[in-house]
Design a protein around this ligand. Structure first.
Ligand code: GDP
Length: 524
């Protein structure tokens, strides 16, 4: 098997110059672009570059989700997956808690409510609904930004005593952008000052065409506290699900998505997986992102051990090599060897991408240096001209060089002066879902003047390594629901690394916005 130099750069994902330099280092004289290399030479080069030495086509082995037929009618219906959204304090958490409690009460005796990121409710009609446990659109859009469209239906909670509020409108926008249908839950209807009519009118004004006004969106009056209207809400969701004809194939390799992941003391790494297609079974192999798992055991949302889990079922899966990320796609591999190969390939690919990105950063810096050089040269030129004019008696004093840069030079100067500031951050959070959300929200704060760059992120308390990374990158550490011990705090202050800790996401964002504002140059 042979490969030419140009093709090898593509396979390895490196630039030609880098490859040529490596070849010279290895004593390979002929490094022209069409020079043919045998597989031993190619492997040697790859190893020298710390890349996967397998450079044949097998290196591209990966797993892919199945291609579903256009006509799914022969497959069984699956439970709808519901996310609860709405304004803060409108009762999302309370509603979820009450729904979860009824789910356990209706189930087997002795069941205890478990927070695993999602739970299923069995209705008297035999139908089932799966609720995602993290309310709010931040989690919803974080999952979506990772390509995981898990939500089939959004339950939009609007408090009857408060009506439509800013986050209600945001939630509507998110649901509409994702093309996910809405069921409205007018909440807190037990309160004496509840005014469901007003809430509904507010929704109409924001483009929600309610059924009772001739539109398509159902609304149910409920109370998360008394349980009023919850059976109707559930039935409404199920009816909508029937219209949507949500179906899945129980057979074949399992596919799903990671809802939440964490390390639990004494039990190791675990992840809640929501099955989308196929059936997960204990003992099988699954891959998520750059980690894999031989499923050692699974428990359902009521804490009961299960041997298998089909479409729509959330299960906690134990046996991961490393912790997967919330939003990662899960795919089943036939055996351990395949799972390992796929993960290795993905890691290699990631490394290549990082190398390419690094190269881009280096090139970017070179370009900026060059621009800065242009600026210096422009000033120098102006100064020389100024001196010449001074010597020839054309000017009496030596004015500030910058003021006499001629027009041509000025263009360069202006270009060089456009400087985008960068706020760098290392993000740590308690669970992978929130870390993803914080990172996404931070990225959302970028403006043309200030770039927000997350140089590192992860789950767990703030460590020595985080401080070192932040110090090296001149970054701040942002902790969400995590602890910082005294030693770390001390080290950070010595290294001049600011540590900011939060437990409320909007406070975090408000505070970072302030910091960004302070970084802006004063308006003159
Ligand atoms: P979230 O921020 O949307 O998750 O709202 P919470 O579930 O934390 O509820 C905010 C407040 O409203 C809490 O004090 C709840 O006890 C109260 N609350 C939630 N649902 C209801 C309800 O149906 N009726 C009444 N009276 N109070 C409610």
């Amino acid at each position: 098997e042979v490969v030419n130099v140009t093709n090898l750069t593509k396979i390895l994902g490196v630039r030609l110059e880098m490859l040529v330099r490596t070849m010279h280092r290895l004593g390979m004289e002929n490094a022209t672009h069409d020079h043919l290399l045998n597989s031993d030479e190619a492997s040697l080069i790859a190893m020298e570059l710390d890349l996967n030495p397998i450079v044949d086509s097998e290196a591209a082995i990966d797993l892919y989700p199945r291609i579903l037929p256009a006509d799914m009618s022969s497959f069984p219906l699956r439970p709808p997956v519901v996310t609860i959204m709405g304004h803060v304090d409108h009762g999302k958490t309370t509603l979820l808690d009450t729904l979860r409690k009824t789910a356990v009460a209706a189930g087997e005796a002795g069941g205890i409510t478990q927070h695993i990121g999602a739970f299923s409710v069995d209705l008297p009609s035999g139908k089932r609904i799966t609720f995602l446990d993290t309310p709010g659109h931040a989690a919803f859009s974080a999952m979506r930004s990772r390509g995981a469209n898990v939500t089939d239906i959004v339950v939009l909670v609007v408090a009857a005593d408060d009506g439509v509020m800013p986050q209600t409108i945001e939630a509507i926008k998110h649901a509409q952008a994702a093309n996910v249908p809405i069921v409205v839950a007018i909440n807190k209807c037990d309160k004496h000052d509840a005014d469901p009519r007003k809430a509904k009118e507010g929704l109409l004004q924001h483009g929600i065409q309610l059924e009772e006004f001739g539109g398509e969106t159902p609304a149910v009056e409920v109370s998360g506290i008394t349980g009023l209207g919850l059976p109707e809400l559930e039935e409404t969701v199920v009816t909508l699900a029937e219209v949507l004809e949500l179906r899945a194939d129980k057979g074949g390799a399992a596919e799903g998505v990671v809802i939440e992941s964490q390390v639990e003391k004494g039990r190791g790494t675990m992840a809640t997986v929501l099955v989308k297609q196929g059936t997960l079974t204990v003992g099988s192999y699954i891959v998520a992102g750059t980690t894999w798992c031989k499923i050692r055991s699974m428990t359902d949302d009521k804490g009961r051990p299960v041997k298998e889990a089909g479409p729509g079922a959330p299960v906690k899966v134990i046996g991961w090599k490393e912790m997967p990320n919330a939003g990662d796609e899960i795919l089943q591999a036939e055996d351990e060897a395949l799972a390992k190969t796929v993960v290795e390939n993905r890691i290699t690919k990631q490394q290549r991408e990082t190398q390419l990105r690094d190269l881009e950063v280096i090139n970017d810096k070179r370009r900026k240096d060059k621009e800065a050089g242009t600026m210096e040269r422009a000033v120098e030129k102006a100064q020389r001209k100024e001196l010449w004019m001074f010597h020839h008696g054309m000017i009496k004093d030596l004015p500030d060089a910058a003021n006499i840069i001629n027009e041509d030079d000025e263009g360069d100067t202006k270009k060089a002066k456009v400087e985008v500031k960068e706020f760098r951050a290392v993000v740590k959070g308690d669970v992978s879902g929130t870390v993803g959300t914080v990172v996404d929200c931070l990225n959302g704060l970028c403006t043309p003047e200030i770039k927000v760059k997350v140089v590192g992120s992860g789950v767990g308390n703030i460590t020595d390594g985080d401080v070192q990374l932040a110090a090296a990158c001149e970054a701040s550490i942002i902790g969400f629901n995590v602890k910082t011990d005294r030693k770390i705090q001390h080290d950070a202050s010595v290294a001049r690394v600011p540590i900011k800790s939060y437990d409320v996401i909007y406070k975090l964002l408000d505070d970072i916005k302030l910091t960004l504002g302070e970084m802006l140059p004063p308006i003159v």
